[in-house]
Write a protein that binds this ligand. Structure first.
Ligand SMILES: *Cc1c(COP(=O)(O)O)cnc(C)c1O
Length: 456
């Protein structure tokens, strides 16, 4: 292990130096990948020297997501304290299903869950768990909603036409999860959005009432706190009232921007959160832990047990079941995604998490102001969002993003709203400062200027 650690140190030190000098790795076209790096697996071992050389080359040629030129979708940067926690959880290799297999690490996860529930404004009856990503925490919410609507569903399967409602700008995991859960993709209703991308709540209410009239079974509503493209927040308070009136489970998908719960300045964006049945957010997005760290919280912990606990005498042999987290998990063996969040939170405090969130909005203001004050740009996104959507000189967003990537300039993605395609800059990396954001625009402008013939 000592030798391994020194190899690790050597490679990481080189990576971090390289990241500064070359914030973007050379683009390797897929067709050249296996010619560029020796990824082959052979019968015989290779020498330690060859092994290290190959590994280093692989690491240095991989996409650099922590550099100041990475503005691609929804994560970026590197938080040292969180990395330390994650490295230790790899070395410890606990499995989070039982206290016996993870010991105090179970406490680490429980403390995080309890603290988040407290911040939401819930009592001791609430609980939660961690799953591998926002798609999976969204899935868990759907399973709990399904079983809350019909507690025979886990035994007999779906017997009624259960209907799920979400906005047309919500995440694509929702129709996938409808397929997985037996509810069915065709039973997802996509509610239109207003001019700013928020779910039309009147249409939501009318659609639910229409379905009830037709003998269907409205089962859950997904609102989004930070839509994937525009970073917009649905009106949680109004939707919670509609859900209550019709006895429909209400989940808020905060994978992208649910972390505003930590900010006294921005938590108004998610006002009414204490009224929801479940809420999920990705600490690996706004909080900046390594992937993945997605939490799901439920107001009434009964639903976690109803949907996810299964007796397994070979597994649950000791200790208090509150500390055997497998009882409330989608998985069996489960990696420790809690420690990285805990090491960060412990070191910077809740105030530090607040600063992390606020900084992203400050950087977003810098970017939005730049776009607004420059007539070569058109802005398509709105205030209070860390997604800045714009076009430059009317050039195709798709084309410019692809060329910036292929020419090793910037990593940034594009999206669309109301049939309008645009570049989508994300200010989620809090190691960036104002200068890095302004550099983004300078780099883009210079690239277009130097390559006029490409953009005719
Ligand atoms: C990113 C995202 C997800 C999916 O999260 P993963 O961790 O990538 O699975 C779900 N919903 C929204 C709104 C997201 O932005």
């Amino acid at each position: 292990m000592n030798n391994t650690l020194s190899v690790f140190n050597e490679i990481v030190t080189e990576l971090i130096q390289d990241e500064k000098a070359n914030p973007i790795s050379e683009h390797i076209p897929v067709d050249d990948l296996y010619k560029t790096i020796d990824l082959s697996l052979d019968e015989s071992p290779i020498s330690e020297i060859e092994f290290k050389k190959t590994l280093k080359s692989l690491v240095l040629k991989s996409t650099k997501t922590a550099s100041n030129a990475y503005f691609n979708q929804l994560f970026g940067g590197r938080n040292d304290k969180a990395v330390l926690g994650d490295l230790l959880s790899v070395v410890l290799n606990n499995s989070m299903y039982t206290y016996k297999a993870a010991g105090p690490q179970i406490g680490v996860e429980k403390v995080i869950i309890d603290k988040v529930c407290e911040i939401i404004g819930w009592d001791e009856n609430s609980n939660g768990t961690i799953a591998p990503g926002g798609s999976m925490t969204n899935f868990m919410a759907m399973l709990m909603a399904r079983d809350a609507k019909n507690n025979r569903a886990p035994f007999e399967g779906i017997q009624h036409d259960m209907i799920v409602y979400t906005s047309k700008d919500s995440h694509y995991s929702i129709p996938k999860n409808a397929a997985f859960s037996g509810i069915g993709r065709d039973n997802v209703r996509y509610i239109s959005v207003d001019g700013e991308g928020k779910m039309n709540t009147e249409e939501l209410n009318n659609t639910i009432e229409e379905d009830i009239k037709n003998g269907l079974c409205p089962t859950m509503v997904y609102a989004t706190a930070g839509t994937t493209v525009l970073g917009v927040f649905d009106n949680v308070l109004t939707i919670s009232e509609i859900c209550k009136k019709h006895n429909v489970w209400f989940h808020v998908d905060g994978a992208y921007c649910g972390s505003v719960i930590f900010s006294s300045k921005y938590k108004f964006l998610i006002e009414g959160l204490e009224n929801v049945d479940s809420f999920s957010f990705n600490a690996h997005k706004m909080i900046g832990t390594p992937l993945t760290c997605s939490l799901i919280l439920v107001k009434d912990k009964k639903h976690l047990y109803d949907s996810f606990s299964n007796d397994a005498s070979y597994l649950y042999q000791t200790d208090h079941d509150d500390f055997n987290l497998g009882k409330t998990s989608l998985q069996c063996g489960r990696r420790n995604d809690a420690l990285k969040f805990w090491t960060l939170w412990k070191s910077v405090g809740t105030k530090g998490l607040e600063e992390i969130v606020d900084k992203q909005f400050e950087l977003a203001d810098v970017a939005r102001n730049y776009v607004r004050n420059n007539s070569d740009y058109t802005l398509y996104s709105f205030d209070n969002s860390i997604s800045i959507c714009f076009n430059y000189k009317g050039i195709s967003a798709r084309e410019i993003c692809t060329l910036l990537y292929e020419n090793t300039k910037l990593l940034v993605g594009y999206g669309s709203f109301n049939e309008q395609e645009f570049i989508r800059l994300i200010t989620i990396n809090v190691q960036n400062n104002e200068e890095d954001i302004l550099n983004f625009f300078k780099t883009l402008e210079k690239f277009v200027d130097d390559n006029k013939s490409l953009f005719l």
